[in-house]
Design a protein around this ligand. Sequence first.
Ligand SMILES: [Cu+2]
Length: 338
Amino acid sequence: MLTIFPRRPALRALAGLSLVSSAQTGFAHATFENGQAAQNSTYKAVIRIPHGCEGQATHTVRVTIPDGVIAVKPMPKAGWTVQTTKTTYAKPYTLYGREVKEGVSEIVWSGGQLGDDQYDEFVFQARMTDRLPAQQDVHIPVVQECATAKVSWTQIPAGGQDPHALKFPAPGIRIVAANQQVAQHQHHHGAQAAPAASAGQVIRIGDLEITAPWSRATPGGAKVAGGFMRITNKGQMPDRLIGGSAEISGVFEVHEMRMEGNIMRMRALEKGLEIKPGETVELKPGGYHVMFIDLKKPLKAGDIVKGTLVFEKAGKVEVTYTVQAMSGGGHDHGQHRH
Ligand SMILES: [Cu+2]
């Protein structure tokens, strides 16, 4: 075969391997193997580099980590040295209940050899936070350095622009809403996995930490729904959850559910729910919960319910509940009368 452009045969080989759109392989851009990630999920980023520079081997690959992408860990690569640069975040993140103030802003793999007729992959793991807007792409600039040349995959499409129109687009990942991933979890693991899916959400007020408030979709016609969360008291003094509000209900109460003889009974806690120092109280189906009474509309999976909680000492705090699908198990508030 007569080869005029040395890169052509490699491109043909790649086209056979890859299942992504022909536009991407046709121009042989740097791309991610998995082009989609959910908010608040761990993402394995595989950067596919389709060639070196123009006729030269790439010895260094630089990856710039944008805001909203945290907990970055590069995968070591045989024949290459990996280094990271850390930066202090403009605004700290919360990950698994801990504050994260700094993180990796650049990954550099160097000292390797990626020939212009070769293909290679560079891998890192990261947490995609919900500061990345859903239904939009996050762009991760990648630069290949060669002896005298350089390929910069750093162009970011302006609003509405087709990334395929760019000559050197930064590889992108489509961000999807966290609740789409929740739905997947429920599909695979049933209702038990639902609360954990939003476990990253922690709200602080005074000495209290409120983790992952959630509610459940209501069956047709139900006028009440429960609200659930974990509350931890990190202080020295007891506090009490004494009230609150929710934008979707006329009445808000703090409830307890327990067995009396053979009957499960629910009652309002007139003095509120005590959170002792150093303790975590779990509000969950079949136990303590907050109750939204006189619902203005049914709750659907994926809805966000805004509200407040009022504590005796810590005061008032805004919370949002993620509505999970009604998927059996536990207790259905709709069947109880108040
Ligand atoms: Cu109740």
